[in-house]
Design a protein. Structure first.
Ligand code: XIL
Length: 397
């Protein structure tokens, strides 16, 4: 009887370990979840953990750790710049696929999925395009054809190899823009009107019917007043709702997740509630560009731990807030970091006044920071009943 009970218990334990998709203890050594990679731990939740990849760093033989960690810690990758228009088509009609193809190959070698970033954005456009529009040599009708041809060429080139496409990026203004009432902003809205958004999704769907198509933006982690005139999340929610209602093929909303420790930010329940509302529209969600920057005060730069520690802790808390919210919502498919090491982060280059940095999960010498450990702990110490595996998503129609 006793023996039988033990056998049953053993069988249950083995079954549980199999169901959890964790490796059994190896010869004498107990299973240590903290020794697993982020990607291995996320797999138990069906969640993909990702990073933006800097192709120069990936190719640098003097910096092998970058390549190792990009391949071992993450299950999805995004080109930090290599799939942007200025990179892919620097000269009109001449495509430079090399670096982007290298990333797609790297992903295949490492069993990773690829987020395509980005088809339509007002930044990092080639000069031939913006100059042509400015000097009138490219008129509106031609501009629309150019956009259609670009989306078609790029999506076709990578057809079957991109899991999620950021089809339209950052189309909505911020409260600090002029006018302050939220509106569609930037090069494309100004030249083509907001109808380009629906067009872009339709063209992308036609070119690769199997890719999940996302709208991607920042400062949409949580709802505010609920008024679309000043609440960007509400504005994007209503945009997505209207696109869905009109049968436009949008499958998901990506929340970039660029946070800073100097701001108010949100708690996990607010962020989870926002993800749930987007899921209520029948949309997948993802965090697509997570980093948490801090101001590099004179004290931080001088190595004063009284100034550094609170920043590292606040950073870890913010990474954790976004990750836990994502874990809690079964339609949140992936959690991508915008770079994983302070050695290669866009933050110091882009936020100079005042200087900011310390935004990623590993320091400049590839030592994991508190942010990394907290994300790892979130992946380990979460599960049923409130954290359940992802619901696999298929393109809508
Ligand atoms: C940034 C890259 O990280 C930088 O290397 C580049 O110089 C500028 O763009 N939102 C986005 C990303 O959607 O594409 C941006 O990436 C960061 C903000």
């Amino acid at each position: 009887m006793k023996l039988r009970r033990w056998i049953v218990a053993g069988a249950v334990a083995v079954a549980t370990v199999a169901a959890l998709n964790v490796a059994p203890a190896t010869a004498g050594r107990p299973y240590d979840p903290a020794a697993q990679s982020l990607r291995a731990l996320a797999q138990r939740h069906g969640l993909y953990i990702g990073t933006a990849v800097d192709m120069d760093a990936l190719a640098d033989p003097a910096d092998p750790r970058y390549r190792e960690l990009a391949g071992s810690e993450f299950s999805t990758v995004t080109a930090e710049n290599a799939m942007k228009w200025e990179s892919l088509e620097p000269t009109r009609g001449t495509y430079n696929w090399g670096p982007a193809d290298q990333l797609v190959d790297f992903a295949r070698q490492h069993g990773q999925r690829v987020r395509g970033h980005v088809l339509v954005w007002h930044n990092q456009l080639p000069a031939w395009l913006t100059d042509g529009v400015a000097d009138g040599s490219i008129d509106k009708a031609e501009l629309r054809r150019i956009l259609r041809d670009h989306i078609t060429a790029v999506v076709r080139h990578f057809k079957g190899r991109i899991w999620q496409w950021d089809v339209v990026n950052e189309a909505v203004s911020d409260p600090w823009d002029t006018p302050s009432t939220l509106h569609y902003k930037g090069f494309w809205a100004e030249n083509l009107g907001p109808g380009y958004i629906a067009d872009a999704f339709r063209w992308a769907r036609a070119a690769d019917p199997k890719a999940l198509l996302f709208y991607n933006d920042y400062n949409i982690e949580a709802f505010g007043s609920g008024n679309p005139a000043d609440d960007k999340t509400q504005f994007v929610y209503e945009m997505a709702r209207d696109l869905r209602a009109r049968g436009v093929p949008i499958d998901g909303v990506g929340s970039q997740g660029h946070l800073g420790t100097q701001y108010g930010n949100y708690d996990t329940l607010q962020v989870a509630a926002a993800l749930r509302r987007f899921a209520g529209l029948g949309l997948a969600t993802a965090f697509t560009e997570v980093d948490v920057r801090s101001q590099l005060t004179a004290g931080v730069q001088a190595g004063d731990s009284a100034e550094i520690n609170p920043r590292l802790q606040a950073s870890a808390a913010n990474f954790s807030t976004l990750l836990r919210a994502c874990l809690a919502e079964r339609h949140c498919l992936s959690f991508t970091l915008w770079g994983f090491t302070d050695r290669h982060s866009w933050v110091p280059d882009w936020f100079e006044n005042p200087p900011e940095g310390l935004a990623t999960a590993y320091d400049e010498n590839y030592r994991p920071k508190r942010s990394y450990q907290e994300m790892k702990a979130d992946l380990i110490f979460s599960g049923p009943p409130f954290v359940l595996p992802r619901v696999p998503q298929q393109p809508r129609r």
